[in-house]
Design a protein around this ligand. Structure first.
Ligand code: PHE
Ligand code: ZN
Length: 882
């Protein structure tokens, strides 16, 4: 056990800072054994602070303080006090200059927070509280300061020295070192500070903003990666243009830099004018990068760029407000991706992710509202709830206000709060003020955790030609039963010939009711009834169109109604969801049969639906591929109480093999029809064709015919791009063609061993293999030279991929859980953030059948018993054992 429990920090305890820092002047001397940091802070008392303490407390950890100077006078040791987490200066005047000299060792920093080394370079990661590992500071986002940064380093080893803002001066010293001085003209909190030093090369381009400013754009990488920067650069230019057109946001400096680093805890970071990216989120070229990764690069480049306004110009008052910048920015990047590609496909992918991963978080022990009320370690709250559910809340506001008023609201928000550190409440208020809409009940989405359940039932009355929908909402969380949410429920009523005109009883007749076939119902009470008049036939309701709210919908559709929606609904999301829900019913039948020891029969309607999807050439290929994918094992586990992972896996595999065998000819036809001859492009049409072709390959390989094997091997050998290559490799790895599999794996490694990101895909396809014996292979992979426990991408590729591999991770002997516990214990000492993140799957023990749950708890208890638990791991383990 950890000897002291970390302190819990509460939103309700927020107080304005006692001091402000007007100017922050930093000086770094980077040397192999030790880095010296000198800071010069121009500080004053905050006139808004009510406390009048004489002393000054600065955050700081993991460094060695050499000297402190107050207004030019060196302080004696009795004038200040240093402990593990802070520096206290006993007495300071109202306005003063504080100088500190500290020593740090970036080369030993494996937490990848603060200043650290990645390969041959130095880089920083300061969000959320990493700056305090660089120097003593008021490391909180509501302390905003003007920064200048001077970096001194050996010129040969570190020719490139970067920080935020503009390069204002530079020079060389006689000892072979050189220096560069950077000045950022915008006030910013310390979490947006960045520094990079290394032997880097760059590609350069430029963008002219809407008011005619020329911006130099550079992407810095190691020389070997220069050929993988184009896609990110094009994505950046598209993002800059889109933000001007869609949100009226113009870039505000003449320089914008991106740097790629190999060791990074997250995807990327929006430091002012110096975005730092995980290599996996910026590098791309057809030979090494899959379609999905191309799309991820575009989305993340956009996301970080958009933060320049939603995050940097207007930032968060405190970390409880994290969703203010993240929810809004995820919403913005999702809109951007929708405009660049297929809106429906993007929506389906996002909803699928939210329903699987975020709903599980909401149902687990770490459930929290998008604006949490307390935390021990803020790093644990960079969650799908804060990010993806946060984006859904912004999406609902946009939907409730409509396009124009939402834009008015966002303009007002940026104008009112430019240069400030604000709250989620400020965001909602701006939306309200600009639109005149009342969002008081809507605000509950910010403070209440849990996934609302919407139980809807319908009744048609032939005599009165009315259709009534009864809507009941409920929501259970571990902590409480929340008050009713304001849920926008988009809906339509479908008749034989299409959507029916909607006239709601008691509502004003809509002036353009002639084509009023979709309505957004305001669900605000625990139970409500909506009656539609002049409905000439018994309709099938199309509900939660476009997934208009992050809720779990329950409507007792018959299987024939789902078939009808799948082919008739004009809403693409609902068409996909009808197919998913039919898949859910089909799988539930088979799971029950398996558990009862009976024969598993596949729902014939599902087969005929798939047959139709494969035969209709007019359908969107990406959508067909998505609809041909059965609900995932994780999704099934999330909707079944006390989930039985083995039963889910066996039922789903049996269904897939049956589909594969029955529709072999159609899959073969789809495979051939979608094999492209043109050179690779990561565009919508090609991505759609590849995704359908590779879905077909996946099914064909499930039948394990010689013909399928030949096709798969030919694809593997002839592939000109990583999407096709990986699809073939993955099909082989999960097949029983042992010899061909081993040969392909060896060949692949041989060919790509010098490309770290490709090797990571090779690791993860093996760790994700659902066949028996994978855990032993995973252990062997961890001893392979390609593996490195200090590199988060590699850990995610092996350990992360294994925990997502449900049948193997949840093996009934508990070996998967024990393995994960071992890795967490190792990582706890090296990189607490990654350790805590990897814990996720173990914490959800309550969702699984009793035998599994008991073994999962046992593994958690073993972690809990460790002595040196980091705050990160302690918080997650202790909360999940409660
Ligand atoms: N703020 C980053 C983003 O979402 C994520 C991040 C958080 C990166 C913390 C590093 C550390 O864009
Ligand atoms: Zn972000």
């Amino acid at each position: 056990m950890r000897d002291s429990q970390p302190k819990t920090i509460y939103l309700k305890d927020y107080q304005v800072p006692e001091f402000l820092i007007d100017h922050t002047d930093l000086h770094f001397t980077l040397a192999d054994d030790m880095t010296t940091v000198r800071s010069r802070l121009s500080m004053r008392r905050n006139p808004e602070s009510k406390t009048q303490d004489a002393s000054l407390v600065l955050h700081g950890q993991d460094m060695q303080l050499q000297a402190v100077t107050l207004d030019g006078t060196l302080l004696s040791a009795s004038a200040y006090k240093v402990d593990e987490e802070s520096l206290t200066v006993a007495s300071v005047p109202d306005s003063f200059v504080l100088e500190c000299e500290t020593l740090i060792k970036p080369q030993d920093n494996t937490s990848l927070e603060g200043l650290y080394r990645s390969a041959s370079m130095y880089c920083t990661q300061c969000e959320a509280e990493g700056f305090r590992k660089i120097t003593y500071y008021l490391d909180r986002p509501d302390v905003m300061s003007l920064f200048t940064t001077t970096i001194v380093a050996d010129k040969a080893a570190y020719p490139v020295l970067l920080s935020n803002g503009n390069n204002v001066d530079s020079g060389e010293n006689s000892d072979g070192s050189h220096w560069v001085k950077w000045e950022d003209p915008f006030k910013k909190p310390a979490y947006l500070f960045a520094l990079v030093a290394g032997d880097l090369e760059f590609i350069e381009d430029s963008f002219t903003t809407c008011s005619g400013n020329d911006v130099t754009l550079r992407i810095f990488v190691e020389a070997k990666d220069l050929d993988k920067c184009d896609h990110a650069m094009q994505s950046l230019k598209r993002s800059m243009k889109w933000d001007e057109e869609t949100f009226g946001r113009e870039y505000d400096l003449n320089i914008f830099n991106i740097v790629a680093v190999d060791d990074f805890n997250m995807g990327a970071m929006e430091n002012k004018s110096l975005n730092i990216f995980n290599t996996s989120c910026v590098l791309a070229k057809p030979e090494t990068t899959t379609d999905a990764a191309f799309q991820r690069v575009e989305a993340i480049v956009a996301h970080e760029y958009f933060h320049n306004w939603s995050g940097n110009r207007v930032t968060c008052r405190d970390w409880f407000q994290l969703s203010l910048k993240e929810g809004f920015t995820v919403y913005r990047d999702a809109e951007f991706s929708s405009d660049m590609g297929s809106r429906t496909v993007k929506r389906v992918e996002d909803v699928n992710f939210l329903r699987t991963v975020q709903f599980a978080e909401d149902a687990g022990p770490m459930a929290h509202p998008i604006r949490p009320e307390s935390f021990m370690e803020i790093s644990n709250f960079y969650t799908v709830t804060v990010y993806e559910k946060g984006a859904e809340i912004v999406r609902m506001i946009a939907h409730l206000l409509g396009k124009d008023l939402f834009r008015k609201g966002s303009d007002l928000y940026f104008e009112r709060h430019d240069g400030q550190a604000v709250t989620c409440e400020d965001f909602v208020k701006a939306m309200e003020d600009a639109s005149g809409k009342d969002l008081s009940q809507f605000r509950r989405w910010y403070s209440q955790a849990g996934t609302p359940q919407l139980a809807v039932s319908g009744r048609y009355d032939e005599v009165t030609s009315t259709y009534s929908l009864t809507v009941k909402q409920s929501c259970k969380t571990v902590q409480e039963t929340p008050k009713a949410f304001h849920i926008p429920l988009a809906m339509a009523l479908l008749g034989e010939a299409g959507a029916l005109r909607l006239q709601l009883q008691g509502a004003e007749p809509n002036p353009d009711s002639a084509d009023n076939t979709e309505l957004v119902l305001d669900v605000t009470e625990s139970e409500q009834q909506f009656v539609f008049e002049n409905i000439p036939e018994r309709p099938v309701p199309s509900l939660l169109r476009g997934f208009s709210a992050p809720v779990q919908l329950h409507f007792d559709y018959s299987r024939d109604e789902l078939m009808f929606l799948m082919s008739h609904d004009s809403d693409g999301f609902c068409r996909w969801d009808a197919c998913q829900q039919l898949g859910v019913l089909a799988l539930k039948d088979m799971i029950a049969a398996y558990q009862a020891g009976q024969d598993m029969q596949l729902e014939p309607r599902l087969l005929s639906a798939y047959q139709h999807l494969l035969s209709d050439e007019s359908l969107d290929k990406s959508m067909v591929a998505l609809m041909l994918s059965l609900p995932s094992e994780a999704y099934m586990a999330g909707i079944m109480p006390k989930a039985d992972v083995q039963a889910i896996h066996i039922a789903r595999m049996t269904a897939k093999v049956e589909i594969a065998d029955q529709l072999q000819a159609l899959f073969l036809q789809a495979y051939k029809a979608n094999t492209l001859s043109q050179p690779y492009q990561a565009n919508e049409q090609q991505i759609a064709a590849r995704s359908l072709k590779n879905t077909a390959l996946h099914y064909l390989m499930l039948s394990e015919t010689e013909e399928a094997l030949a096709l798969c091997l030919a694809q593997y050998q002839q592939a000109q791009n990583m999407t096709d290559s990986m699809a073939a490799l993955s099909a082989l790895v999960n097949s029983s063609f042992e010899q061909q599999k081993q040969q392909a794996l060896a060949d692949f490694y041989q060919r790509w061993q010098s490309e770290a990101l490709v090797v990571n895909q090779w690791l993860s396809v093996q760790a994700g293999c659902y066949l028996a014996g994978t855990l032993d292979k995973v252990k062997a992979l961890m001893a392979h030279p390609a593996f490195d426990i200090k590199n988060p991408n590699k850990v995610r590729s092996v350990v992360g991929a294994f925990t997502a591999n449900a049948v193997n991770f949840h093996h009934q002997d508990g070996s998967g859980y024990e393995f994960l516990a071992d890795q967490i214990i190792t990582l706890n000492a090296l990189n607490p953030q990654i350790a805590a993140r990897l814990l996720g799957p173990l914490t959800k023990w309550q969702q699984y059948k009793d035998e599994s749950a008991a073994l999962m708890r046992k593994a958690l208890q073993r972690i809990m018993a460790q002595e040196q638990l980091s705050k990160d791991v302690y918080e997650v383990v202790s909360k999940s054992l409660n």
